[in-house]
Design a protein around this ligand. Structure first.
Ligand code: GAR
Length: 207
């Protein structure tokens, strides 16, 4: 039997992060349960992964709906599942203010770069074009600006001279699969306070 913090995952894409999060709830590493997977893409890989693991899922078609109207549908579904923590995995729509206010400080996002570098779309190509030696991944609390809120955890990943978009993406995403469950665990289990942009964890507890 699963138990613990009730998670709702929202994804537009492949859902590989979802797979690792579900695995870590089932292994006992994460004291949490993925109650529902929501997607704005009917053919999202995340749906296949939800099916594979027997997790409830629902596709909500955004066509013809305003942002607030669409997000209210998500809220209604998440609330009906008593979701306490919202996890974004490759969710490509910008959340409305009312959604963010409905789950204050309870929405996490993963971005494939070391924020504040390379916010927005195509972070891999942005890193390659800039010529950085390191990029990585960031897990942060969602606020009203895109890829912006207080940072929970980051993992640096080297950029190699012969990297292509695909090779860098593969290396960063491999790091993400370990980083996201770890950040979720820190968020759920460790005492912390937020001061301005900073998430300050109780240092007595191990990662
Ligand atoms: C991940 O690499 C995540 O960092 C990125 O989308 C991918 C989702 O992969 N998110 C963003 O770019 C959001 N700004 P997944 O669907 O396989 O978990």
């Amino acid at each position: 039997m699963n138990s613990g913090v009730k998670i709702g995952v929202i994804s537009s894409g492949r859902g590989e992060n979802l797979r690792y999060i579900i695995e870590e709830t089932r292994s006992g590493y994460l004291p949490a349960e993925v109650r529902i997977v929501l997607t704005d893409q009917e053919d999202a890989g995340a749906v296949e992964i939800a099916k594979e693991y027997g997790v409830n899922y629902q596709f909500f078609d955004p066509i013809g709906l305003g942002r607030e109207e669409y997000d209210q549908k998500l809220i209604d579904k998440l609330d009906s599942e008593f979701v306490e923590l919202v996890i974004l995995t490759g969710y490509m729509r910008v959340l409305s203010r009312s959604f963010i206010m409905h789950y204050p400080g309870k929405i996490l996002n993963i971005h494939p770069a070391l924020l504040p570098s390379f916010r927005g779309l195509n972070a891999f190509q942005q890193a390659l074009d800039y010529g950085v030696r390191w990029s990585g991944t960031t897990i942060h609390i969602v606020d009203e600006q895109v890829d912006h809120g207080p940072v929970i955890y980051q993992v640096p990943v080297p950029v190699k001279e012969n990297d292509t978009h695909q090779s860098l993406k593969t290396r960063i995403q491999k790091a993400e699969y370990r980083a996201y469950p770890k950040a979720i665990k820190m968020f759920i289990e460790r005492r912390f306070r937020i001061e301005g942009r900073k998430v300050i964890f109780d240092s007595k507890k191990e990662d």
